[in-house]
Structures are given as C-alpha cells and as structure tokens.
Design a protein around this ligand. Structure first.
Ligand SMILES: [Zn+2]
Length: 107
C-alpha cells in the first residue's frame, strides 16, 4: 500500500503576534499613587507644615525621594514647602547618582 503525501503548504497568512506596548511608567505611577493613598490613610495628619509651621492645606511629601512604603518616609508640607522640596530634589538628582548599595553619592 502506497501512502500518498499531499503537498500542502500553508505558509501564507503568517500571523505575527503583536506585542503590546505597555510602558513601565504607567505601572510605577499606579504603584506610587497606591502608596500615597496608603500613607494618607495611615499617617496621622499634621496640623501645620512640618517645615515652616504654616496652617492650611497640607500635602504629603516624600522625604527620601524613593517613595518607600513607609509612613516615616513622608511628611506633611504646605504647598510652598512641597514645591521647594521638589525643586531641591531635581537639583540634587542631577548631581547625585545612586551607588550599588542603593545610597546616593555625590559625583
Ligand atoms: Zn511650609
């Protein structure tokens, strides 16, 4: 008995799987806001800005710049002090790099 092989080639219509573009930043942002909410819920709200003592609308500011999931890594600042701090962080970040031990070093 002879078995005839059919000559079928189905190479047409190669389906390439399209990889989804999923920017990591989106995930980081979601994590950050989740931590932020968590800190807001668990940290005792301050009556005044811890820097200048101003009473009014306070914002939760990160202390280390690493956005840790630690209550002590956050403090309540007024809008002005918060902005000043962020500016300071930008300055520092351009002159400082993080070493292999995770600590910031001056260049
Ligand atoms: Zn202040």
């Amino acid at each position: 008995m002879v078995f005839k092989k059919g000559h079928k080639t189905w190479n047409k219509g190669k389906r390439g799987l399209r990889g989804k573009d999923s920017p990591l930043w989106k995930g980081d942002k979601a994590t950050y806001s989740a931590i932020h909410k968590w800190v807001q819920r668990n940290k005792n709200k301050a009556d005044c800005c811890v820097k200048c003592g101003k009473i009014g609308r306070l914002e939760l500011a990160n202390i280390s710049g690493e956005y840790k999931r630690e209550i002590d890594d956050y403090e309540y600042l007024c809008c002005k002090c918060h902005r000043d701090k962020d500016k300071w962080f930008d300055k520092i970040k351009s002159k400082v790099f993080r070493g292999p031990d995770g600590k910031f070093r001056k260049i």
